[in-house]
Design a protein around this ligand. Sequence first.
Ligand code: BGC
Length: 728
Amino acid sequence: MKIHQETEKKIDLLLSQMTLHEKVGQLHQVAPSKVGGFEVSAEEAKAMYEAGEIDEREYEAALNHTALFLHDDAIRRGEIGSFISVQDADMANRLQKIAVEESRLGIPLIFGLDVIHGYRTIFPIPLAEACSFNDGIFESSAQVAAREASEDGVNWTFAPMADIARDARWGRIAEGAGEDPYLASRFAAAKVRGFQGKELSDRDRIAACIKHFAAYGACAGGRDYDTVDMSLPLFYEIYLPPYAAAVRAGCATAMAAFNDLNGVPCTTNRFLLQTLLREKLGFNGFVISDANAIRECINHGTARNEREAAKQALEAGLDMDLGANVYTACLEDMVNKGELAVQYLDAAVRNILRVKFALGLFDHPYADTPEKKRTALCADHRAAARDAAKRSIVLLKNENRTLPLSKTANIAVVGSVANDRQAMLGTWSFTGSAAAAISLVDALGMRNASFRFVPCCSETDPLDEEQLQKALEGADIVLAALSYQASGEAQSCCHLTLPGDQSRMLETISRCGKPVVSVLFNGRPVAVPEVVAYSDAVLEAWHLGTEAGSAVCDVLFGDYNPSGRLTATFPNASGECPVYYNHPSTGRPRGAAKWTSKYMDSPLTPLFPFGYGLSYTTFSYGELSLRIEGDCVTATVPVTNDGEMAGEETVQLYIHRRCAQRVRPVRELKGYQKVFLQPGETKEVSMTVTKDELGYYAVDGNWDTGESDFDIWLAHDSTSGSKGEFRL
Ligand code: BGC
């Protein structure tokens, strides 16, 4: 975000007119729940009431879904700067009218919501969408979400999540672009462009929020909210780049993470929020806490009470309080008593007002009237979702050309998830609707495929052997829909194997002598070697959103040749986590010999590596050629489509620095490019890396681009490729 002197002057004027009370109001975001932007459930409301956190009136309003009507007077008094959870233009306009027309200074509210992978039209979860390696898709799906959300009065989304995740036990791995900092950086920047557009004030754009700053994905043991302890070089090289990329792309807001980083809660971490975010990265927007996180500093034990937590957070650079109501409770009194300098308050208000000005809220505070045609779930948006979904699917195995399916095959479809629309949507899809989603069974029906669906088993329903035998009768081929639904926030799991009897079902099917195609519906890498062993073909279908079923059928029947590549490593067993391709070189690299870095009871290589994915055709790579010009190295390779079907290859550029003071990763992704090839066609693919991009953090903490020998690959995935060497 740019600083405009005109705007700063307007902010100066407002600040000079605001009372202390009104200033604190700007920092207050009203949230229905202590755990985020959802309506509170009856159980949570009861617990809050019993704990004295809400009064009887609020309790009843929570039960009657009328909580949003309780704040009129507070808005009028200038005590509220923002709401999370409004998703209706009439409601937004009603609240906004009070702020603009009835509060003393008429400062507009900003309405935030978690619009993570689509709004009404749900797109693939980020972990899946990243598999498309397609920046155009990353951007356009965010643009569609922004358009639909803005029509319902939403000004601001809490996305993109740019947390690198190397551990599939962490349920929130679903919400980010996976394990690689380069890909995640391109993903985060594209999302910011998609949400915000060129002008944040355009009616169909919304402010983005880079989260969770910082390193939330490295929580110990993959347990959500747990501690993060890491060296600064690891933080700078692996975890920081995606947040930095989003800031460079102009991201208007940031959210501090729940976790502590090296002992200091991110919520009160001045080094993160000031030194790094503002001074080093040049961020000019505002920072919001995560839900209730300011108060949770008391649980961290770094603040003794709410006053201390509020003071630490504000002084660290945390501008807006999401749902803890701690700023409202403490700040005014602390300034009055001389315990807190008003400058901190002014700085936070300034940051928030700057974003409100940039969004154009002072000039156009209202969402368009409901008479205006809504685009939610329109044909164009559904088509975009289907396109993104089919490009996110990863073909993991395809023996004997089992896929694509013949359009006339008699298919036995088993596994309850095949008929489960809700399961298509995945985490953070509360604004979407299962009724609008297309399941696998729906899509097979829409295509008039010859199939019979028998659920047989689910994650929780035991295998019905009789049903299964019936399902197999007369079928040419078996389509097994397999499910691992746990995914998202507070969904950490230490077992990454398929729940229930699903593997046993697959084993039984594999003995019937018919080809078996497994389709996995999940939001994280799973440890499923048995699925691979029992199946002739395996398709990773993630949570692909509203158009999931249609996209899966596009791939199953060969209307689309799969091109997705994994963005997170799949382990053989849960105990392999954390597992990732770009690990530092050890002194005893993994190998068959005993005294090498490996597990005794698991294979040497993961089930599927980063960047992996098959196609219905095969691509071969010719010899790599290198050209060094100035500070740039350009690698070129001819890629040929050797098969009989046109298809798209994702060419990935990896490097390895051979000479460094600090141990370097065995490989690092530094580029990717898609290339579409007709059968028999060859195209040259070239990518350039600069000397700066080849650098690393040396022992003294400086970015070192000193001369070194390098290995370089243009590759199909992180384990293969045409290799070259150079010195730069
Ligand atoms: C999550 C955030 C989310 C917030 C508001 C929190 O629990 O960690 O990612 O934006 O809730 O819903």
